[in-house]
Design a protein around this ligand. Structure first.
Ligand SMILES: Nc1ncnc2c1ncn2[C@@H]1O[C@H](COP(=O)(O)OP(=O)(O)OP(=O)(O)O)[C@@H](O)[C@H]1O
Length: 613
């Protein structure tokens, strides 16, 4: 099977400056699958909107009726006629009180419910996003700054959560209220009703315009925030280098530039946010003035009563009330939509390296066949289109063989290992483990059988025990056995809480050698058939290195091993040496053979002997 193109070079990067803007409706639809599990409570919350909106629309009518009733106007409803003054007023007060109870009661319950569901939906999205991001290929992480990813996983998801938490999702009920109030107004007095609605429509248009502008500005602001976080993250992770090279003030200036860009972007969002609030402020007063002007004339001409006029003055506030509410929730909602855009952008990142539908299993060890064979068959790799960093690699490593890979820096040693572990996929050719193409194996199966020890043994925050087991089901006895085998048991037992001692994130409370030995124990417990060591013995003192060498010798027994080493003196014990140069395999042979051949290896060796390289 030959892969035709290099998959990892094709996926689009996370979008940056130019916002790819979807309509609100399409964004809303993307959220729907998350809402589905909560459809029942959401429908009940939706039904609650009906009495809520009705009571909002009824209140101005009841107050208008009270005025009409007091003035004994013809527009008084039939059921009030014939009642005594106190009786009628009591009845209307009771009705008003009922609408108030319905509104406050239901609004509270509905708000609580929706917020709670919203938080659950947000948590589901966060969980999905985490799962997706951790499945993305190494290529994606190579081109995406960590700070940007963290922003999307934290503050973007949080911005979405805020839509629910701040009750901004209540705009649905606000919009429904506008509809009910509009119908009631037309039914009460078509002329005044039409006039008020005539004002609502262009204002809604204006608000939509400002909303769009706000969204664009907000997208930009979020991008700048990502850049800010990426810069921060880089400085914190690289603090050692920053301080040693006295780059503090230079980096501070760089940070200031990013910081200023962020402030500028946020300024734009504030402008559109204020524009909406200001528009609604004056329109409400303009509407009351309009009703007074037109309504006053109608009263004069005795076309309507005072009660109706009072009803419409209240309506003119009520109809803009939901719009005002919308404006208040507007920032949160737009930030929420921006967040959905950015979250879906991340969700849409294709998972470049997938497990096959029907994965093959690696042959199990039995007495007749040895396991741990590695074969590269005409393998090419380009990180970027057509820039091949590995070219036509063709070799076979026998089960149990110890092979070193050497070559000048940038020759492609680490890239070769990435292909073997399928962190990247070959642009052309096949990588086979025990005769099976790595693309036909599940990643779990492949990586279970390859133990990798990197230069910097990364430690997770957690105790020593869990840093060896890495969440898999090993008993304490097994963990202790692995630690003993790798000469690290004594050290662990001397720690304050032994195997339960908490290690700090990135293992800064351990020395490089101790971290290395823990990494050995982590691999030893898994008993892989192939061992990969990437510069594992670099940067250690002589004593620790001796300890590591003994541990390593034990680890190498009955396993295939591939060792990348710069210091050629450390790899004399290997069976064969593969020499890479500019992505090509230029020499293969034992130490003695290669020295005798007088090629690349021999000159590298001589340079190292002289202490030049
Ligand atoms: N993620 C990547 N994206 C693009 N190019 C890369 C990437 N990783 C490595 N390269 C390029 O591929 C080439 C081989 O790199 P690789 O890290 O495999 O070399 P190496 O032999 O392991 O080097 P060193 O000994 O310095 O670790 C280099 O030219 C490098 O610039």
């Amino acid at each position: 099977m030959q892969a035709s193109t290099n998959e990892q070079s094709s996926p689009p990067p996370l979008s940056t400056s130019a916002p790819r803007r979807d309509s609100d409706w399409r964004l809303f639809l993307r959220l729907l699958p998350y809402a589905q599990p909560y459809s029942r409570p959401l429908i009940i919350a939706g039904i609650m909107l009906i009495p809520l909106a009705l009571s909002a629309a009824l209140q101005p009518i009841i107050i208008g009726q009270a005025i009409s009733f007091l003035k004994q106007e013809p527009s008084t409803y039939d059921f009030l006629e014939g009642l005594e003054l106190t009786q009628g007023i009591d009845l209307l007060t009771l009705l008003l009180f009922l609408t108030v109870v319905v509104r406050f009661g239901l609004q509270g319950i509905q708000g609580y419910w929706v917020t709670k569901i919203g938080q659950q939906i947000t948590a589901d999205i966060r969980q999905d996003l985490f799962r997706h991001v951790t499945s993305l290929s190494a290529g994606f992480f190579d081109r995406t700054p960590v700070g940007k990813l963290i922003t999307r996983l934290t503050s973007d998801v949080e911005a979405l959560g805020d839509v629910f938490a701040t009750g901004a999702v209540g705009v649905v009920s606000d919009l429904f209220s506008i509809l009910v109030v509009a119908i009631t107004m037309i039914w009460t007095n078509p002329l005044l009703g039409t006039m008020l609605l005539g004002m609502v429509i262009p204002i809604t248009g204006l608000i939509i315009y400002f909303q769009n502008q706000y969204r664009q500005a907000n997208y930009k602001a979020r991008e700048e925030l990502s850049a800010l976080n990426a810069n921060l993250q880089e400085n914190i992770v690289g603090i050692g280098v920053v301080q040693i090279f006295r780059r503090e003030s230079f980096n501070s200036q760089l940070f200031q530039t990013v910081n200023k860009r962020y402030v500028k972007a946020v300024d734009h969002t504030i402008f559109y946010d204020s524009a909406v609030s200001a528009t609604l402020e004056w329109i409400t007063f303009a509407a009351v003035a309009g009703v007074l002007l037109l309504g006053g004339k109608l009263v004069e001409q005795q076309q309507i009563d005072f009660g109706v006029l009072a009803t419409f003055i209240l309506f003119s506030q009520r109809v803009f009330d939901p719009l005002r509410q919308l404006a208040e929730k507007f920032t949160t909602i737009q930030a929420g939509f921006t967040a959905v855009e950015r979250i879906t952008d991340l969700m849409n990142q294709p998972i470049a390296i997938r497990d096959p539908e029907k994965p093959t299993l690696l042959p199990r060890p039995d007495t007749s066949t040895a396991i741990g064979e590695v074969k590269f068959s005409d393998v090419w790799l380009a990180y970027k289109d057509d820039e091949y960093v590995l070219q036509g690699l063709d070799f076979r490593i026998k089960p149990g063989e110890k092979v070193a890979i050497v070559g000048p820096t940038g020759a492609g040693k680490s890239s070769l290992i990435r292909l073997l572990c399928r962190l990247y996929e070959a642009s052309r050719g096949q990588v086979l483990v025990d005769g099976v193409d790595v693309r036909n194996l599940s990643q779990t199966e492949l990586r279970r059988h390859i133990g990798v020890i990197l230069q910097d043994g990364f430690l997770f925050s957690g105790d020593v025990k869990s840093n060896i087991s890495l969440g898999e089901d090993y008993s304490l006895a097994e963990i202790q056995a692995a630690a003993r085998q790798m000469n690290v048991a004594n050290f662990i037992e001397q720690l304050p809480q032994g195997y339960n001692t908490e290690l700090r994130e990135r293992g800064t409370n351990l020395s490089a050698g101790q971290k290395q030995l823990l990494a050995f124990a982590r691999v030893a417990i898994r008993n892989p058939r192939i061992l990969v060591l990437d510069e594992a013995t670099a940067s250690l003192d002589v004593g620790t290195e001796a300890m590591i060498q003994t541990a390593l010798e034990k680890l190498l027994v009955n396993r295939t091993a591939i060792i990348i080493a710069h210091r050629l003196s450390t790899i004399r014990y290997v069976d064969r040496i593969l020499v890479l140069k500019r992505g090509r395999l230029v020499e293969i042979g034992s130490h003695e053979e290669l020295l005798a051949a007088g090629g690349v290896y021999a000159s590298l060796y001589q340079l190292q002997q002289l202490g030049v390289a």
